[in-house]
Design a protein around this ligand. Sequence first.
Ligand SMILES: Cc1cc2nc3c(=O)[nH]c(=O)nc-3n(C[C@H](O)[C@H](O)[C@H](O)COP(=O)(O)OP(=O)(O)OC[C@H]3O[C@@H](n4cnc5c(N)ncnc54)[C@H](O)[C@@H]3O)c2cc1C
Length: 468
Amino acid sequence: MTDSYDLVVIGSGPGGYIAAIRAAQLGMKVACVEKYVRLGGTCLNVGCIPSKALLQSSEKFEEANHTLAAHGVKVSGVTLDLDTLLARKDKVVTDITKGVEFLFRKNKITWVQGTGKILAAGKVEVALTAGGSQTIETKNILIATGSEVMPLPGVEVDEKQIVSSTGAIAIPKVPKHLVVIGGGYIGLELGSVWRRLGAEVTVVEFLDRITPGLDLEVGKQLNRQLSKQGIQFKLSTKVTGAKKTKAGVTLTLEPAAGGPKEELKADVVLVSIGRRPYTEGLGLAEAGVVLDDKKRVKVDGHFQTNVPGIYAIGDVIAGPMLAHKAEEEGVVFAEILAGQKPHLNYDAIPAVVYTWPEVASVGKTEEEVKASGVEYKVGKFPFTANGRAKANGDTEGFVKFIADAKTDRVLGCHIIGPDAGTMIAECALAMEYGASSEDIGRTCHAHPTLNEAVKEAALAVSGMALNM
Ligand SMILES: Cc1cc2nc3c(=O)[nH]c(=O)nc-3n(C[C@H](O)[C@H](O)[C@H](O)COP(=O)(O)OP(=O)(O)OC[C@H]3O[C@@H](n4cnc5c(N)ncnc54)[C@H](O)[C@@H]3O)c2cc1C
């Protein structure tokens, strides 16, 4: 049987499903090929959403155990019902992925359930989940197949004793000792979840710092805060092997620069050393689609591959592997296809680490600005001097602005503190409009809010902070 479409999207993650919806809104006949049992991709099924559900629940457990008493709220006999906690997370995932199914129906997008393979420009063959195959004809193909967990040689994931992030959101019993390999945001978020639920957590990181993409000062502060909470860090250390027994896993560690080996025992090991683009079985080589040196699909500024009519967006192409980056690319791609002239500003894409305190940033780090040779000024404001943070009892961290010394244009903003992920939105908006730090500092912010720390840090760029 052959069907014909304007656009066939392969993959229904935040890149693919958003592109499909925008294209349908613009009048195109759209199908989306997805092989997983649910729509929504990594983000909704095993990524952003379930990890945030677990962070939220574990935060509540931590509050009940440790911080509510300081507010005069006395609770006793706090116990953990892990089954309920995990079931709640699963329900959140089911509900939100059903929401995408609803949006597909609303926008008349056909979900073709199965694995897509590009036969040539204009032709996608789907090995149907229900059995058999279907060939779809289409004017345009969008590859939105995302990414997969990067494997670590010698430490094979079995999703029981040695887990990837997918296994780490479903561990059925709180491990006594969880070793996280990799100090990136996924490892730190999931490490925080299990530490709050009672595990001893050790993070082993090859580099001499955690969260390598972050502003160094902010990264160091996060390291200090997480250490204070009890997470142990072994930096400049590599894992070279893993031995499994019934009792657990014994890892072999070595200094990153070489040296004597040591052993580290764990009940569960989480491998989270990064993600790599996922293009397996897509037929890209046969279709003549070129990849770059990191095996990502190579595209031009309009998301077009080297083969006319075949496009790609999201984690499978270059750029930060973030859901909102994939979504924006999905919108921009669909609008370009419809003949519009949209623009995506890659300099104003925020990034958030949902630990506590949270870390959020947009624009350049101080190290990047320094390396670029541009003269710059820094303005900082601590949450200890913010009234709302004091009232809330969450005063850890600060806001840091980096602005061009000559023009005052904001080049970067970095926040470590309560709800940093929500606060960064105003900084991204400001950067999108090319704001100066003075523009932000002179914008009236409601009192008492955490965002007043953003205003004060912006004022601090020119030495005008008021509450410090
Ligand atoms: C634990 C974890 C936490 C995360 N937290 C965050 C966060 O807080 N914020 C954030 O911005 N990002 C987060 N991310 C990253 C985010 O999930 C990704 O950046 C995002 O999902 C990428 O979207 P995408 O559309 O490119 O691909 P994906 O979401 O990976 O979707 C790709 C889809 O394509 C399907 N597919 C692949 N090949 C085929 C084929 N041949 N045929 C049919 N279907 C196919 C897959 O089944 C999948 O459903 C997290 C990731 C993980 C793992």
